[in-house]
Design a protein around this ligand. Sequence first.
Ligand SMILES: Nc1nc2c(ncn2[C@@H]2O[C@H](COP(=O)(O)OP(=O)(O)OP(=O)(O)O)[C@@H](O)[C@H]2O)c(=O)[nH]1
Ligand SMILES: [Mg+2]
Length: 635
Amino acid sequence: MSGVTSPGHVVATAGHVVATAGHVDHGKSALVRALTGIEPDRWEQERRRGLTIDLGYAWTQLSTPQGTRTVAFVDVPGHRRFIGNMLAGLGPAPAVLFVVAADEGWRAQSGEHLAACHALGLRHGLLVVTRTDLAGPERTAATLADARERLARSTLGPTAAVACSARTGEGLDAVRAALGALLVGLAPPDPAARVRLWVDRSFTIKGAGTVVTGTLAAGTLSVGDELELAASPSGSRRVRVRGLQSLEQPREQVTPTARVAVNLRGVEAGEVRRGDALLTPGAWRRTATLDGQLGRAAHDLPERLMMHVGTAAVPVRIRPLAGTAARLTLAAELALVPGDRALLRDPGAASAPGGAPRSPSVVEASIGPLAQALTSVLIVDADPPELRRRGAAAARGARVSAADGRLDLTAEVARRGHLAVSTAVALGLPDVAGPGVPNGLRRVADHYVAQPTWDRWVALLREAVAARAAADPLDPRLPFEAARAALDLPDLRLVAPLAGAAGLTAADGRVALPGVASALGAAEAGLRAIEERLAADPFAAPEADELAAAGLGPRQLAAAARAGRLLRLPGEVVVQPIAAAQAMAVLARLPQPFTLSQARDALGTTRRVAVPLLEHLDGRGWTRRVDGQLREVVR
Ligand SMILES: Nc1nc2c(ncn2[C@@H]2O[C@H](COP(=O)(O)OP(=O)(O)OP(=O)(O)O)[C@@H](O)[C@H]2O)c(=O)[nH]1
Ligand SMILES: [Mg+2]
């Protein structure tokens, strides 16, 4: 899948991304270097000390049973001080290259890194026993058998295992062949999925601005895309993709799985960091409250831990619910959905193993002692209900324990009463319509509504309309917005369908008892004609004689204004209420400050309309006078 749109701009080349893992000094970086010819230790300090500190990146082409594939490596540090960096490398990776030195055998960080793979639920890995030139065949075979058995007990399951020496090159072809076989077995990523790119690096390039890098595991990125940058602590904002690179080549588009560098417009390098994410706008919900199933009894954990997910590491407070079910409260919001896997780490336990007495599971015992410092989390709800009543935590715990990482649409809507379809999708729920909508739910105006909520809304709407008719017989019809407010509806578009269900009439933006005509009477048709004209040309306010011909005298204009259908400005100038906002959109694009005639020309109107309209905007505080001649938009 590759092509060229302009010289040097490859359209897309999907490939694979594999993270390394293994004890310090066991030869991860040397192996990556031997496979790719690229130095993964990017820092001078790393090369000088012969120690990986931060994540390194390298790539190569591999021939696989299905043709040539690109594979990129995220090379992690093995030293336990840099476990945070290690987890940021492993978090978004779909597969792992697990390295154990033949001469040293299984060591503490071998165990810790395997525990991390296990906690994150990683299912694809290759064991490479390296430095065979420093160990005899017997020692190599023993290391390989031991490591292989430990990996097999984790979520990685039985993996292929190869021995090699990065120094002599012996066995490297077998490593390449085994890697190729591993890659072919990975589930193909979905290029149409929503994007969640966990940022692992951000830096500034002179002349280009801010660049962030990450592993694109699903979804497609294109130059010009608008994305949501979910940054901590500055919050979420829109950014635009100014340029893309993958494997140091400029791209118009990048499809998964791929390492990608994204040049962003609209953000300073200091404002985006590892752990932030680039998201498809509106497609994700960020949350600081989660319910999850833990890898051990929640009561056995300290209250405060670090949670690692994607490239993020966030302090978290654990509230045990029941058994392994817990409520997690994060120190920062993250874009997470049910089914995501995270890892809890006790930074204290790593430096003082055995600090908290615990009985390790069989898997933990075989993985190694540090495994106890890591706990898996399967997120089952990223928008859980508050626990207010007595006994709520235990009841919730039972539900969380029974969940399988997939949410039930009916139950999720029932508990909230209603849910926008877009929010539902962001939470990991399905987008279903027609016969696909489960019993007990309705889908109306892009919202799922639970039946009891719908029934309550229908009853409330009848009451609200009757109350309006009683209170204001001259103007008995309830505006949609008033109905929305009275029922606390999430969307104005629900009003008309509800009116239909309630046996009320809905027309001209108002709900009425059946048979109640417009207070405007005969002038309704004239008003509608004027509304249509203003909709097409918002600042072409009708002249006095046109208003008279339409049957709109002062009484009718006052009624139309009360109904929110017209905005009356001094001098019998009438426009639609939305004209104020439309004018602001135009004025905001003018060089500031501007004169009356510049505003008039930009709005395409006359002085008769421009003068009262600008005074109206001044009055609302949207524009202000700079002096007798000039105005500016208030920002
Ligand atoms: N003889 C021999 N030495 C090796 C081999 N692979 C790595 N080494 C040496 O082992 C030391 C550590 O290698 P690295 O590749 O830096 O180990 P690492 O796992 O990346 O270490 P960290 O990233 O710090 O965890 C270096 O001195 C390498 O030259 C090998 O196959 N044979
Ligand atoms: Mg290294």
